[in-house]
Design a protein around this ligand. Sequence first.
Ligand SMILES: Nc1ncnc2c1ncn2[C@@H]1O[C@H](COP(=O)(O)OP(=O)(O)O)[C@@H](O)[C@H]1O
Ligand SMILES: [Mg+2]
Length: 255
Amino acid sequence: MGTMSTVDGSTATLTGFAARCEQVSKVYGSGDTQVRALDGVSVGFERGRFSAIMGPSGSGKSTLMHCMAGLDRLSSGQTWVGDKEVTKLNDRDLTELRRDHIGFVFQAFNLVPTLDARENITLPMALAGRQADSSWLDSVIDAVGLGDRLKHRPAELSGGQQQRVAVARALAGRPEIIFADEPTGNLDSRSGAEILAFMQRATVELGQTIVMVTHDPLAASYSGRVVFLADGHIVGELLDPTPQLILDEMKRYGD
Ligand SMILES: Nc1ncnc2c1ncn2[C@@H]1O[C@H](COP(=O)(O)OP(=O)(O)O)[C@@H](O)[C@H]1O
Ligand SMILES: [Mg+2]
């Protein structure tokens, strides 16, 4: 089993990563309008950990997440989810990988308005023709903590509750990894704290791996590790971060 260097120079076996990438670059456009959104990024995200990606606007956070999640193609470099090399997959296999091994949470909750909370949580599995592991589903639904609201439709739920349904939906299929892009961006601070605590619990109690893109130091402080991007490069990393440590680090890179 091989090893790879992490940003801080330590090493970990490849099996320790739910997802990783090696020397990835992404160039948008060509000629005068060319933008190098990612420039030789190598990073791994450990299993069972809540990790955050931070950086100034335009630093490449969403691009990195989208490429690692198989939503967009790289210009060069390699990415893996588990031991599957994402960069080798054709479109059909990519669709399958996203459906069966990756969960997504976006700023907009994207729930189906005509389905109740429980139905929304199980919809992707139903669409994939997969049977949910019922004891897993029970523990996810238990962790959501919406109790009798499971029969409610999205319009009858608060923003924070809707986003918890969206996170539970991502968890239901027990994916290798969940990618969340600014998941608390549309929430007031109390609902945001609720959803962050829930994602933290999902990693600690359910062993889920979550990678979250955020520009909010308080949100990132719920994670166990923050990776900092600037200008398409990884420029730093913090373990067990506090909001103050994150703010200090952000000042070094500008925003
Ligand atoms: N589809 C696109 N076409 C052209 N340029 C893009 C596209 N998506 C992102 N970019 C550019 O790539 C850089 C990184 O963008 P992005 O990954 O969205 O940054 P972040 O999420 O950190 O704000 C920015 O300069 C952005 O303008
Ligand atoms: Mg973004």
